[in-house]
Structure formats: C-alpha cells, structure tokens
Write a protein that binds this ligand. Sequence first.
Ligand SMILES: [Zn+2]
Length: 251
Amino acid sequence: MPILFLLISLFWILPTPDLPPGIQRLQKAYPDFIAKADANSITFKDGSVFTYDDGKKNKSFQELLDQPDLEDQFRYPYPQKFPGKEGILVNQDPGRIRFMPFYMKMYGNTQEEVRANLREIIWLPKTIGAKILVTKVNGVDKKLEAISQELDKLPALKQYLENPGGTFLWRVIKGTNRLSMHSFGMTIDINVKYSHYWQWDCKCTNEDAKLGYKNNIPKQVVDIFEKHGFIWGGKWYHYDSMHFEYRPEFL
Ligand SMILES: [Zn+2]
C-alpha cells in the first residue's frame, strides 16, 4: 500500500510534459468536442482521433493551403495589432491555412449535415434587421447575436454592416478545390461595398501575386468580432476585409 501511495504521489508531483501550444489552443477553443489530447493527437468525444503534426517539413505556401495538418494552421500567429499603412508581410495569413476534416467533423461533412445545425438570427435588429443563417455548433449563433447587439448600439458603423455579403453558402473558394468556411455557417461577410478582396484587386487567383494591402473597415468593428472569437480576413496578406470567421483558437 505505501508503495502505491508513493507512486500516486510521484504522478502528481512530476510535471506532465507540456502539450504543443497549438493543441492547447484547440482544446481551449472547442471544449464541446475535444475529450483529450496527447503530444501529437487530439481525441474527440465520439472517439475520432486527429493527428496534430503529419511530420512533413518544408511545405511550400501552396502546400500549406492544399495539404495542411493541424500544426500548419498555426504557422503564422494572428496579430493583435490592427494593420496600418505598412501592410502585411508576404503570405502572413493566420487562419487561411485550414485542416478541413477537423472543421467538417464539428460543423458537418455535407451541406445537409451543416443545414441541420443552422438557425436564423436577426443581424443588428434595431438598425439593420437582416435575417442571416448561422450554425448553432460551438454556440456560434449566440456569439453572433452578442456581436450583433454590440454593433447595434454603434449607428456610425451601420454602413459597413448593412447588406451583409453572406453567411451560409456551401461552396468552394473561387480558383481552388478547397471548401470555403462559408460552407459551415460560422463565417460572415459584412457589406461588400466597403470591403477589399485580394482577388478582386489583382484580378487573379494565384497565391504568388504581388499585392498591395487595402482596407476601409474600422478597427472598432474588428475589435468586437475578435472579442467573441472571430478572426478577420483584413489581417491577412491575401486580404479579405469583409470576412469574419469563428476561429477562437487564434485569439
Ligand atoms: Zn467570406
């Protein structure tokens, strides 16, 4: 008995090896789904297991987009700072590298599965009142309602938020075979009229295009979305300033 007691005590005293920061971020971001993790895998509550690092090094930027693992998602840290005139360094796109099976597992593998989780909410009920479809998974509907309530109190921002460009639409990203995050109902495009998208400006879809950063969306809008777990496409070298996506693992 004393030996057993000693072993148990040792177990508690010895530090457990730290998990990679990216795994810790995912665990914190998705408690509804993740049951446990070890140094290189994440286990969901239904028993499915995702490998964190596929061991492949030196992926090109295009490979990071096309064949990422969960670890690659964290290649570029999401900046707290709002981008200024200096723009954004080439390919710094935190959040654009997405290991899709992980998100399909949570939000749905097919359009029908995603639809089964959607709920209609009213976007800025007092000042705009647009109906939008969003997912209930991970409480995204509640988070967007909270964002909506806050923005509704700031009428000076209305022009950027009215005529939202879209939430749920099962589709691939133009010029790619990759599924858009709009397919999951956890992403919103605000008013297209005040927004900039790199593909529209370069009139191209190639990732190695030389881009000049552009943005008109005020920091106040971005701060409110970020507070509720949404990252902003205006913090990407391949900028998409209308685009907000629920990715709390970056914040
Ligand atoms: Zn978008």
